[in-house]
Design a protein around this ligand. Structure first.
Ligand code: ADP
Ligand code: MG
Length: 587
């Protein structure tokens, strides 16, 4: 066969495969066009998971009648003035969305530019244009896409479920809505209004999209470095999700789903969140257009930075600093949650109902409860009263240790109430921070094992360990390959003497083997340290003297990030006297 030029219709159908891979992509392209047109209100109607109808109306600048045929032509755009691809200021610029959509659907554009006295409609069916005809509408544009992919039946077969498309399309609208709080948005399926947002200030838009808890459960970010500026909010470790769907990242106002950026997020929270948890963020990265290339992919959701390392360190650094500064607030917030749980309407309503029930049908049981032996409130044998309270300690943030109970928790009195500390979680954090400090200060002291310990592992885990042997030696952990699927441990960090070595090594190996993202060496080492710390910490169940308890509290106060354990669980909670009084209906 000889080489021939493909007809334009076919070229457009091929291109459509990339630009509009799924129905939600049509929503993305049309809403972006509406935003580029300066719309103040955008309405999206999405029927049949986008297969039967996608309609987007806006009150933007409109398209003049004579330009309507150009709008659906490939590589025709009003958004690039010169030939400079380094100064992209609109969401669109490739001039291929409408052409692609028109090639695979029945398209209608009704538009009226501001100032024009009537509207015109252009219809295109599978790429074939009809002459524009007069129509009626207020200034702005309505684009209707019917029977998407009817012209490419193969694509139709690969569409996901209607619900999956609804979710994806709504998510696209949320992302764009977060970047444009001043614009009002509606997104409706045939059955309900899924999104209905008035024009509002950014904080209100954030609350509408990330949830009411986000405002309180997050900290503000505002930093600048070498031309890149990061702003927005990110959640405290106490507010996280099992899915990353509440992470919103924008580069120059453009929503992006970029592996480098999500990798930076993960690195920032690695110390304070378990790997399966995801922080909530709304972060806006701004930079001069020449520092970022958005023309990496037709969907423009990935970007390439001139200086990826600077961007990464800006994000990781800003978030880590914010997390440190907000550390103690996290536990306080949690206490408010506790208060709501204890004193909230549910508890209050159920309390009075207990009395009549006890005096009536359950009277016998109630009476029995009042018998000779009062039911113990705390587990008496393990509650250990303090000998004396140091006055000075009472004024410290975590107060003076009163007692340990259930050999797991420490209770301390503060100026305003009480604090309950989970001793294992707290100690794990302290050991971790101590190990990190030692490493930064030039190395951990090492303890050789008198009898080297052989640890058996799945072969890929053993390989991962062997591959990291040099780095691990720097942490004081000396391991060598020992045949197939085993290693021999010769030295451990002195701080971990007495820990269960084989459990420790197995966990470290699993960590190293499972990390999907390439980490910097230092992040990797921190991670290993966190795993080690977990193995060494005071397990629940160890009795502590009052001095040990107070020492733990003082060290927590002096240690950054000590309000959460390495997995993001809180290490302490606070109950103020006011909250306790409420519990007893004294207020
Ligand atoms: P691009 O957005 O990359 O320019 P599109 O194919 O999406 O390419 O749109 C082509 C052109 O049609 C745009 O450059 C713009 O001039 C015009 N256009 C599309 N949608 C609208 C709209 N909602 N309001 C005003 N003009 C629009
Ligand atoms: Mg466009």
């Amino acid at each position: 066969m000889s080489i021939r030029r493909l007809p334009e219709g076919l070229v457009n159908r091929i291109a459509a495969g990339e630009v509009v891979e799924r129905p939600f992509a049509v929503v993305k392209e049309l809403v972006e066009n509406a935003l580029d047109a300066g719309a103040r209100r955008i309405e999206v109607i999405f029927h049949g998971g986008g297969r039967t109808l996608v309609e987007v109306s806006d009150d933007g600048c409109g398209i003049p009648r004579e330009e309507l045929p150009l709008a659906v032509e490939r590589h025709a755009t009003s958004k690039l003035s010169g030939d400079d691809l380094t100064h992209i200021e609109h969401l669109g610029f490739r001039g291929e969305a409408l052409a692609s959509i028109a090639a695979v659907s029945r398209l209608s554009i009704v538009s009226r530019p501001a100032g024009a006295d009537s509207a015109w409609e252009l219809r295109v069916e599978a790429g074939r244009l009809e002459p524009p005809r007069p129509a009626a509408r207020a200034p702005g544009t309505t684009v209707q896409v019917r029977d998407l992919f009817f012209a490419t039946p193969a694509r139709l077969k690969f569409l996901r479920s209607e619900q999956a498309e609804n979710r994806a399309a709504a998510q696209v609208v949320r992302r764009l809505a977060l970047a444009h709080p001043q614009v009002s948005f509606l997104f409706a399926t045939a059955h309900r209004r899924v999104i209905d947002l008035p024009s509002q200030p950014l904080p209100a838009r954030m609350a509408a999209i990330l949830g009411e808890a986000f405002a309180e459960g997050s900290f503000a970010v505002e930093e600048e470095h070498e031309g890149y500026r990061l702003s927005g909010r990110a959640s405290l470790p106490t507010l996280s999700h099992g899915q990353p769907s509440l992470q919103f990242l924008f580069v120059n106002g453009r929503p992006v789903l970029d592996r480098q950026l999500t990798g930076a997020l993960r690195a920032a929270y690695r110390d304070v969140l378990a790997p399966a948890r995801h922080p909530l963020v709304a972060l806006f990265l701004e930079c001069p257009p020449q520092l970022v290339d958005v023309n990496v992919h037709p969907a423009k959701s990935e970007v390439r930075f001139r200086d990826p390392a600077i961007v990464r360190s800006l994000i990781v650094g800003a978030l880590k600093r914010g997390l440190d500064a907000a550390g103690h607030r996290a536990a306080g917030l949690l206490s408010d949650g506790l208060e709501r749980a204890l004193c909230g309407p549910v508890a209050v309503r159920s309390a009075p109902s207990f009395m009549p029930q006890a005096a009536g049908a359950g009277g016998a049981a109630f009476a029995a409860g009042l018998g000779e032996e009062p039911a113990p409130l705390l587990d008496a044998p393990s509650a250990r009263p303090a000998e004396a309270i140091a006055e000075a300690d009472l004024r410290r943030p975590l107060g003076a240790a009163l007692a340990q109970f259930h050999e797991t928790y420490i209770i301390a009195q503060t100026a305003e109430g009480i604090v309950i500390v989970d001793q294992h979680a707290a100690h794990e954090r302290l050991v971790y921070e101590r190990l990190k400090r030692q490493r930064q200060a030039g190395g951990l002291s090492v303890q050789p094992l008198l009898v080297p310990e052989v640890v058996e592992l799945p072969p890929d885990h053993a390989d991962a360990l062997a591959g990291a042997a040099d780095a691990l030696r720097e942490l004081g952990l000396t391991v060598e390959p020992f045949g197939e699927g085993a290693v021999v441990v010769r030295e451990v960090p002195a701080a971990l003497a007495g820990a269960d070595i084989s459990a420790l090594v197995r966990d470290v190996a699993a960590d190293l083997a499972e990390h999907e993202m390439p980490l910097s060496l230092s992040e990797r080492l921190d991670h290993v340290l966190a795993t080690m710390a977990c193995h060494h910490s005071v397990r629940a169940g160890r009795r502590l003297t009052q001095e040990e308890m107070n020492a733990l509290l003082r060290e927590m106060e002096a240690t950054p990030r000590s309000a959460q354990c390495n997995h993001g669980r809180p290490t302490w909670v606070r109950l103020t006297l006011a909250q306790i009084e409420k519990l007893f209906d004294r207020r």
